[in-house]
Ligand binder design. Structure first.
Ligand code: FNR
Length: 378
């Protein structure tokens, strides 16, 4: 394999070394995988309007706003994704160390392959968000939240786009199951009745939404609760002193309801195209959310970011911060902690160059005026 020069190289290198079931699990999205492709393609719907002759000798990539009082290297972080041990035996420990080493923020999934406590120890101050699914058995979620608070997480990140699991054909065809020795790290040792079952055998017998067996965990108490509404934000806030953020907001309407419900931050996401296929690409959902929120809470986004210039474009459209999902897994597969650090370095260098070549020396200078809605597709 030639040198890894960009995130696409990292993707190819990791694909070469990983089994098909895992690769399909990462690459896959719901149904026709339209949204996975469009998340990425949406970035070329905006072209950058560069400004020159502005002395770009020194370019700083530090975010314009602190995150929980911390200054990170760049307004980009490592998004939560399940089961990092599928990529590397060190799992989220390696990811956490890579976040800490490069001063990037990180979020960890409820379905991590090491415990949230062990991950927090590895990630230190970089590991900010505990991503939460609310289960039918509320006690499970309450306990997870309490554990996260005790471990020192700053915020609980409630994923709202998954009342049911998206229909992913590749996972079904492969009969995706976790390999022996890899298990959901927060649910081990008989903790919580009915540990999370990652087998999709159950799903292949699906009768669809409403029957509750269209989920990862058939007939187990720890299935995601599809009855969740904005009223439940109150409940979540009542059980923790951590900030409460929501991940998966895709419309101005929901952004307003989220702010009214008292969330501390909004994360625009469509789960990397793994849930509702055919929904808007996140870059196109971002402007309406930013407009609806009117600066009341921070707006973050993820989906399809593969280049420094993508980070630039999302910030120009009003995101305070962006996050990468799959590139983390590709880096982790390629070379564990060092591979994730490589992904971080690539994006940092590219972002800095994109800033310099468009005439911005600090992140707060990146503005809507740096973009034009493009020419090609209008
Ligand atoms: C995810 N994502 C995700 N999100 C979440 O809230 N909880 C989770 O457990 C997971 N798990 C997960 C597994 C895998 C394999 C992937 C690829 C993604 C979604 C993730 O946080 C993020 O929204 C997207 O990955 C961002 O899109 P990109 O950067 O992958 O295009």
């Amino acid at each position: 394999m030639a040198a890894i020069l960009n995130i696409d190289d990292l993707e190819r290198a990791s694909q070469l070394s990983v089994d098909k079931m895992t690769w399909d699990f990462w690459a896959g999205g719901a149904n026709d995988v339209q949204t996975v492709a469009e998340n990425k393609a949406a970035f070329s719907d905006y072209r950058i309007r560069p400004r020159y002759m502005r002395d770009v000798t020194a370019v700083g990539t530090k975010p314009k706003v602190d995150l929980f009082g911390q200054k990170f290297a760049i307004p980009c972080g490592l998004a939560p994704s399940s089961m990092h041990k599928l990529a590397h035996p060190d799992g989220e420990i390696a990811t956490g160390r890579a976040a800490k080493a490069k001063n990037w923020p990180m979020a960890i999934s409820s379905y991590s392959s090491v415990s949230l406590e062990d991950a927090k120890e590895a990630g230190g101050d970089s590991l900010l968000f505990f991503q939460l699914y609310v289960f039918k058995n509320r006690e499970t979620s309450t306990d997870l939240v309490r554990r996260a608070e005790k471990a020192g997480f700053k915020a609980v990140l409630l994923t709202i786009d998954s009342p049911y699991l998206g229909l992913r054909f590749s996972e079904r065809r492969n009969k995706f199951t976790l390999p022996r020795g890899i298990e959901p790290g927060n649910f081990t040792n008989g903790r919580y009745a009915g540990p999370i079952d990652f087998s999709v055998e159950a799903k292949s017998k699906s009768k669809g939404p409403g029957t509750n067996d269209d989920l990862l965990q058939e007939a187990k108490p720890n299935v995601i609760d599809p009855a969740l509404t904005w009223n439940d934000i109150k409940w979540l806030k009542s059980i923790t002193t951590m900030e409460v953020w929501v991940k998966g907001v895709m419309t101005a309407e929901d952004a307003e309801l989220a702010v009214q419900a008292g969330v501390d931050g909004i994360w625009v996401s469509n789960h990397g195209g793994r849930q509702l296929d055919g929904c808007l690409p996140t870059l196109h959902a971002l402007p309406e959310v930013v407009a609806a929120v009117r600066g009341k809470v921070p707006v973050h986004m993820d989906g399809g970011i593969r280049r420094g210039a993508d980070i630039f474009r999302a910030l120009a459209l009003g995101a305070d911060f962006v996050w990468i999902g799959r590139p983390v897994l590709w880096g982790l597969r390629y070379d564990g902690q060092k591979g994730v650090e490589l992904a971080e370095q690539i994006l940092e260098d590219e972002f800095k160059l994109a800033m310099a070549l468009s005439g911005t020396v600090s992140v707060d200078q990146i503005a809507r005026a740096h973009l034009s809605k493009n020419i090609r597709g209008n």
